[in-house]
Write a protein that binds this ligand. Structure first.
Ligand code: HEM
Ligand code: HEM
Length: 225
């Protein structure tokens, strides 16, 4: 098994066709989900007339600022972990030196990169946040009550690219080639999962917030934050 995982054939597959498939499914799949959402909303008479740019922006601004909403202020620990988790989850892979080198090798493009030690700390933040979310879902009764097996699956999908990326970078546990191949596989699984799972909240979350903000601001004349 290990021999197979480290073989150059597996590396050529994960570095070649798999990366293409992953980015295509991620981009085309997410665009399709947005298209379906917009066409459904257009048919639904009770959504668009109640949308307001002003109240949408007001609501989003309050929710993207840590402790900017009553709900964030009421749960300080979860607020800190959620914000740190998402900031590190989104920015580490985009600005990682190793990833940037691959973009440069394949397409000749490159951009700003994070110092390697900072990227390493941000990776650890994601790893420990996932561990925190995992135990919270098991221990806190109010969260356990609304937890489904799919919640653990999504946590694992977020966790594994970071764990394997970290282990590959430090050359721990498995031979480097095997860990890099595993890492690319889990990275691809995460990208492919976006349009098919609740991870699509990275796109839909903004629209839901905008609608809630609009309805509360324009119709009920109250704040939603
Ligand atoms: C699917 C295409 C991907 C490829 C080809 C790829 C490739 C790589 C490579 C070659 C490394 C360096 C390993 C080393 O230093 O030996 C790495 C590290 C890493 N990757 Fe990826 N990766 C991919 C996707 C992802 C995704 C989707 C994420 C997260 C969302 C991710 C997060 C990381 C992290 C956190 C590290 C290690 C950071 C550290 O501790 O220094 N990668 N990746
Ligand atoms: C940049 C866009 C994103 C935004 C605005 C966003 C927003 C949110 C919000 C508001 C929550 C709820 C926090 C709470 O429990 O109070 C959440 C939870 C979560 N998000 Fe995201 N998210 C984004 C991207 C992602 C991505 C790319 C992933 C990758 C897998 C992800 C994974 C998760 C997970 C696993 C949870 C739930 C943690 C738990 O309670 O088990 N998010 N997100």
């Amino acid at each position: 098994m290990l021999e197979f995982l480290m073989s150059p054939a597996v590396y050529s597959f994960v570095r070649g066709p798999l990366v293409w498939i992953a980015f295509l499914v991620f981009i085309v799949g997410s665009a399709y989900r947005i298209y379906v959402m917009i066409s459904t909303v257009k048919k639904e008479k009770l959504v668009l007339p109640y949308m307001s740019l002003r109240y949408s922006i007001r609501s989003i601004l309050h929710w993207v600022i840590p402790f900017g909403s009553v709900n964030w202020r009421r749960h300080p620990v979860i607020t800190i972990v959620t914000f740190l988790f998402h900031i590190c989850l989104v920015f580490t892979p985009i600005f990682l030196l190793s990833h940037n080198i691959l973009w440069h090798e394949s397409w000749g493009i490159s951009w700003w990169t994070l110092p390697e030690s900072l990227a390493d700390i941000m990776t650890l933040i994601v790893i420990f946040s996932c561990v925190f979310f995992f135990f919270r879902r098991i221990i806190a009764s109010e969260v356990r009550f609304v937890t489904y097996p799919s919640d653990f699956l999504i946590l694992a999908i977020a966790f594994l690219p970071f764990l394997t990326g970290f282990l590959a970078y430090h050359q721990w546990l498995l031979p480097h080639e095997a860990m890099v191949n595993l890492h690319i596989l889990f990275g691809a699984i995460m990208l492919i999962a976006v349009p098919f799972s609740r991870i699509i909240h990275m796109i839909f979350g903004w629209f839901t917030r905008a609608y809630t903000g609009s309805e509360f601001g324009m119709v009920r004349h109250v704040r939603d934050y």
